[in-house]
Design a protein around this ligand. Structure first.
Ligand code: GLN
Length: 487
């Protein structure tokens, strides 16, 4: 018998609906688990123990009175700390926002609450979502539950580690250049970056708005489809949110992959991708083949430029988005006798932001400055268009593209943090989907020396149904989904 904290979101909601389990019992088990393993993992910035217990009682009362229960009734959801929660501090893991308490909820939070979910806490992340390891947090690094000396991936490392360690049943992350998929892959869980515009960004603290989406991090594909169905859909408060018919992604899970055409970009298996990772992912592709799909290798030549284009665009947008933290209207402010505004402004920003965030603001400002704009930012936008065209062409022929999520297995905490370029290279396989805007999912596909590897599937915009269907077929056959670390 699994412990209560090990149940999937689907199982929890079914057991609560049938009153086989009370929300209070289950939430208490999650909180007990947090007390037991959090010291090792450090997945959270804030644990909402009291709020969660109070809400558990409320939902139990609602159930006892025979009221209809929402789809996520009682399920504990961990939320990345860059998603605004009313009355609960939302820090972006930065000193700059360490005391920021939003007066409103992000749209995704409203949708979770409407379905009777329980927010269990706010999870640790790289400062302002800039990173791939969750080491740049002002509150200290999160550790990989599979081996606490290793990074959990990032920037949504707290969310992925919490799900893997049984400290939460479902989680939300954000993905600007891989921040959902990277940690999901490193923690052996499922993570989906939805199509740009499918999920509202209202209440997501911006890093690079043209690239990012909020999405699910879950123990299996079913939960991923369930959580996506709850958070997706048009929101008038986000002008980039697209009017699509609301869908229940759970309905599309069982179709299998018979007849699917899968493209395998050769660039995804190039230099720098660990041979053992390649082997795992090829095995996964052959499993899909054994389930009735066919595959063909394909070349997407513009991919060579994806990483530099991504970093120019992301840093440029970041420099503009982060200009608002001036220590005056809000944000950290240094104690300073001077009333000279430039002094207060620059000192507050120097102290309030960590080194990586400052580096990106400086590089982004440079890329946007007069004289360099055409050479860097504009050129990056043109490359983005070329990459999008390459993908569109590939999707005329293929239903899906497949490859690894991360080029290397999880590495040691501290190993790469001194060398930003080496870290940026880790994003080489995840950033293309952010540049094109299409959906991408990572599913567990095996282990290298006991460490998880993820298979990445990419699809046409708004075809999350196909991605999840293929992910489910693969996950059911391969059997790596749901495997948890011993802690
Ligand atoms: N690692 C990438 C970066 O640092 C992606 C981050 C993200 O997706 N938020 O920009």
């Amino acid at each position: 018998m699994p412990e209560l904290y090990e149940l999937t979101g689907r199982e929890v909601s079914e057991k609560i609906r049938s009153r086989e389990l009370t929300v209070k019992e289950y939430i208490s088990s999650i909180l007990e688990r947090i007390r037991k393993v959090e010291e090792k993992v450090h997945a959270f910035v804030t644990v909402l123990e009291e709020d969660a217990l109070k809400r558990a009682e409320e939902i139990d009362r609602k159930a006892d009175c025979g009221h209809g229960l929402g789809r996520l009734c009682g399920v504990a959801v961990a939320v990345k700390d860059n998603i605004c929660t009313k009355g609960v501090r939302t820090t972006c893991s930065s000193r700059m926002l360490k005391d920021f308490v939003p007066p409103y909820n992000a749209t995704v939070i409203e949708r979770l609450l409407r379905e009777d979910a329980v927010i269990i806490g706010k999870t640790n992340m790289d400062e302002f979502a800039m990173g791939s390891t969750t080491e740049t947090s002002y509150f200290g690094a999160t550790r990989n539950p599979w081996n606490p000396t290793l990074v959990p991936g990032g920037s949504s490392g707290g969310s992925a580690a919490a799900v893997a360690a049984g400290e939460a049943t479902l989680a939300l992350g954000s993905d600007t250049g891989g921040s959902i998929r990277c940690p999901a892959s490193y923690c052996n869980v499922v993570g989906l970056k939805p199509t740009y515009g499918l999920v509202s960004r209202y209440g997501l603290i911006a890093y690079a708005n043209s690239l990012e989406q909020i999405g699910p991090i879950t123990i299996d594909t079913y939960d991923c489809a369930l959580l996506l169905s709850v958070i997706a859909g048009h929101d008038p408060k986000d002008s980039t949110s697209v009017k699509t018919p609301r869908r229940d992604y759970v309905d599309f899970l069982e179709g299998g992959v018979e007849g699917f055409k899968i493209g395998v970009p050769s660039e995804f298996f190039g230099e720098g991708v660990d041979a053992r990772v390649k082997e795992c992912v090829w095995r996964a592709i052959h499993t899909l083949e054994s389930l009735g799909a066919t595959y063909e290798e394909v070349s997407l030549p513009s991919l060579e430029y994806a990483l530099p284009a991504y970093y120019i665009i992301a840093m440029s947008e970041a420099s503009s988005n982060l200009a608002r933290y001036d220590g005056l209207r809000y944000g950290y402010r240094v104690e300073e006798d001077s009333w000279d505004w430039p002094t207060v402004y620059s000192k507050s920003r120097r102290v309030g932001f960590g080194a990586e965030v400052r580096r990106r603001i400086i590089l982004g400002t440079y890329a946007l400055s007069a004289g360099y704009y055409d050479q860097y930012y504009l050129k990056a936008l043109k490359i983005r268009t070329l990459i999008r065209r390459d993908f569109e062409k590939a999707f005329e022929k293929f239903n899906l593209l497949a490859g690894p999520t991360m080029p290397v297995p999880p590495f040691r905490i501290g190993e790469k943090i001194q060398n930003p370029l080496e870290l940026y290279m880790c994003d080489i396989l995840t950033v293309p989907a952010n540049l094109t805007g299409g959906p991408a999912v990572t599913v567990p596909c095996g282990f290298v020396d006991g460490l998880p590897v993820g298979l990445q599937l990419m699809g046409r915009p708004f075809r999350e149904d196909l991605l999840l269907r293929a992910a489910k077929a693969y996950g059911d056959r391969a059997g790596f989904e749901g495997l948890r670390p011993k802690l």
